[in-house]
Design a protein around this ligand. Structure first.
Ligand code: CTP
Length: 430
């Protein structure tokens, strides 16, 4: 049942003026070149939900590249074509961008491979998409401006909060949709419709997710981690047994969940200390905890995770319990430093997963201190010159000892403390 609702009022009410005008213009250009023009996908979904979304995806029935060229010229934007996919992007001077595609059907030579493309109509174009809520179009040509094209009861699913595939092969054709289903479900607080869930499980058990490249899976996981509701989404991936098909040796237990809760709590503070950190690697430190070395290396290879991650994981698994106890006992920063040093953001996150709120507070103070503290008067150079010591590990040892002194007491006199350290050292030597 095709539903033609007029949503012009919603466009007028909810869109910024400039964007509304742009959509009107695109519709007029469509008439100029005799092509039906639509705005589609996530933009329409979010418009109807009342959520801001400035990712404008345009679909044209006809030659999308020709339309894009014409529109770019009229409007004074730069057009970048991707001829192989019959798509183009328009870039405006202020950095704003819209994507234009040719309505198409896709067929798949093999499951889990990227699709081949054929020119088609809007209905077929929408039918090849992931879920009903993402499969609506709004026409932009002047006579029909603002008419919603809803072929698959999308509007109803959107109102009822349902994630539903358009056909049985949807997950086979693109298994990353298994992960996307969870992302949209948790983002909007929707639920995956029953038959869709059955198909999802069948596809999962058919081993289709394993056929997808690691980098595509990783991208989807990273997108999940950008969501507000990402912890819930991780739980849901575990519940639907999807996680097992991504990380085969991960058992999502209550203990693991609690660790993630702690880590998520710590994320709020992490930005104060580290300019950037990789949330994907942080979460993986918990999900891949206690993997044997070979399985860890295998997962690392599949998802393009660097060697350093594997090494750090093994190191921090060894020290996490002692460090946790030292923090809990509020031991001196210098004592903690001797075991932990200046941890990477991922290692810091991993430690935080083991800490309750109060202990996280102390750990945060530790990290701040370790990253802020600098020796001001003494350098390695200075030590070598003043005491006639040759370059070598001993200089590092002296500097480290002085640094530890300062960690515990910012007010120390560096020159005086250095003197003591050297004296001690020479005393030991004699
Ligand atoms: N799409 C799809 N199958 C995929 C990825 C995307 O069918 N595996 C379709 C969906 O119709 C989606 C559109 O392509 O609406 C654009 O994809 P994307 O930008 O990834 O999704 P959005 O729906 O815009 O989601 P977001 O709000 O996260 O950007």
């Amino acid at each position: 049942v095709l539903n033609f609702e007029d949503v012009k009022d919603i466009l007028i009410r909810r869109l910024p003026r400039r964007l509304l005008n742009l959509l009107r213009l695109l519709g007029e250009y469509g008439d100029d070149v005799n092509m039906p023009v639509y705005v589609v996908g996530g933009f329409v979904r979010d418009l109807l939900l009342g959520i801001e979304n400035l990712d404008v995806d345009i679909v044209v029935e006809g030659d999308g590249l020709k339309f894009a060229e014409y529109a770019a010229k009229q409007i004074g934007a730069k057009m970048v074509p991707y001829e192989k996919f019959l798509t183009a992007s328009l870039f405006f001077k202020d950095g704003f961008r819209i994507d234009i595609a040719t309505a198409r059907t896709e067929y798949y030579e093999k499951p889990a491979k990227l699709p081949m493309v054929d020119i088609s109509t809007i209905k077929k174009d929408l039918y090849r998409r992931d879920f009903t809520i993402n499969a609506m179009a709004i026409k932009l040509n002047p006579l029909a401006f603002g008419i919603l094209f809803d072929f698959f009861q999308s509007r109803k699913d959107l109102k009822e909060g349902i994630i539903r595939v358009l056909h049985r092969l949807s997950f086979v054709e693109d298994p990353t949709r298994i992960i996307r289903a969870v992302r949209f479900e948790q983002r909007f607080g929707f639920h995956i419709e029953e038959t869709t869930q059955e198909i999802l499980t069948e596809t999962l058990e058919g081993g289709y997710l394993e056929k997808v490249t690691g980098s595509r899976i990783r991208q989807e996981i990273e997108k999940i981690l950008e969501e507000q509701s990402s912890l819930k989404a991780i739980r849901r991936l575990a519940e639907l047994n999807i996680l097992k098909h991504i990380f085969p040796k991960t058992y999502y237990t209550g203990v693991m969940d609690k660790k993630l809760v702690n880590m998520y709590n710590f994320f709020q503070k992490l930005g104060d200390i580290y300019k950037n950190y990789n949330k994907f690697y942080c979460v993986l430190r918990v999900l891949l905890e206690f993997y044997d070395e070979n399985s860890l290396k295998e997962v690392a290879r599949r998802y393009g995770i660097p060697k350093k991650f594997v090494e750090e994981t093994k190191f921090s698994e060894k020290i996490v319990i002692p460090v946790k106890e030292m923090i809990h006992d509020k031991m001196l920063f210098s004592d903690i430093y001797k075991v932990l040093g200046k941890p990477s953001p991922e290692t810091a996150c991993y430690i935080s997963a083991y800490l309750e709120c109060d202990d996280q507070e102390y750990f945060y103070e530790y990290l701040k201190k370790v990253y802020e503290t600098k020796l001001e008067k003494v350098s390695g150079e200075y030590v070598m010159k003043k005491y006639g010591i040759k370059a070598g590990p001993i200089i590092g040892k002296i500097m480290n000892e002085l640094f530890c002194k300062k960690l515990d007491d910012m007010k120390i006199d560096e020159i005086f403390e250095l003197e003591r350290i050297i004296k001690n050292l020479r005393g030991e030597d004699e």
